[in-house]
Design a protein around this ligand. Structure first.
Ligand code: CO
Length: 207
């Protein structure tokens, strides 16, 4: 484990390095926050959006939780979405799941009243809905992978269905929502939903 002094030293080295590359880096960044993407991802340490898609600093407005769930009754999720869309006016929302996700595994393999298992109940219930499809798959790895994809699509649906998003489209504010799955074993993102940029496209996809 690194000590506090070692962590602060690493931070100083990073800040100095940024200034060496671009003396105006912090001055520019401090002036405004204009993120281009609202990212709903998993808390897993291997899936930070800044590491997966090189973009200028400040691009991502990030919400992460176990299993990249957008729970429609969760005040934290709703506040992030509302702030991203109404205040920051981000033009794009991405839900990103990932293979080998501990949250998906927990939802598929156990059940208890511990907080992690209560949270992943959102995914557990979804797995029950897709029980037939999942059990037709030949092994557990494929079931977990498929569940990761189904979970992302379901969270994209949850977001599209909120009054926040419906009203945003109604007033003509540009906003596209889509889902990715990241494969931690090859570093690649895959698109698992259409790019949904209007209420019409959402209805075509979600029925
Ligand atoms: Co995860």
């Amino acid at each position: 484990m690194l000590s506090i002094d070692q962590l602060l030293e690493r931070n100083r080295r990073w800040a100095n390095g940024q200034i060496e590359k671009d003396p105006t880096f912090f001055a520019t960044l401090a002036e405004e926050h204009e993120p281009q993407i609202c990212w709903i991802g998993c808390s897993d340490g291997r899936v930070s959006p800044e590491n997966l898609i090189p973009m200028p600093a400040g691009t991502f407005f990030v919400h992460r939780n176990i299993g990249n769930v957008f729970a429609v009754g969760d005040l934290n999720c709703l506040a992030v979405l509302q702030y991203a869309v109404e205040e920051l006016r981000v033009p794009r929302i991405i839900v990103c799941g990932h293979y080998r996700c501990g949250g998906i595994r927990a939802a598929m393999t156990r059940q208890s009243t511990k907080p992690v298992d209560l949270w992943t109940d959102h995914i557990r219930q979804l797995a029950r809905l897709h029980d037939e499809e999942l059990h037709a798959l030949p092994d557990e790895t494929q079931r977990l992978q498929r569940m990761t994809e189904l979970n992302v699509a379901s969270q994209v649906r949850n977001i599209c269905r909120t009054a926040i998003i419906q009203e945003t489209w109604k007033r003509g504010q540009p906003l596209a929502i889509s889902g990715f799955v990241y494969d931690v074993s090859d570093g690649l993102l895959r698109s698992v939903t259409p790019d949904i940029d209007s209420a019409t496209r959402w209805k075509e996809w979600d029925g």
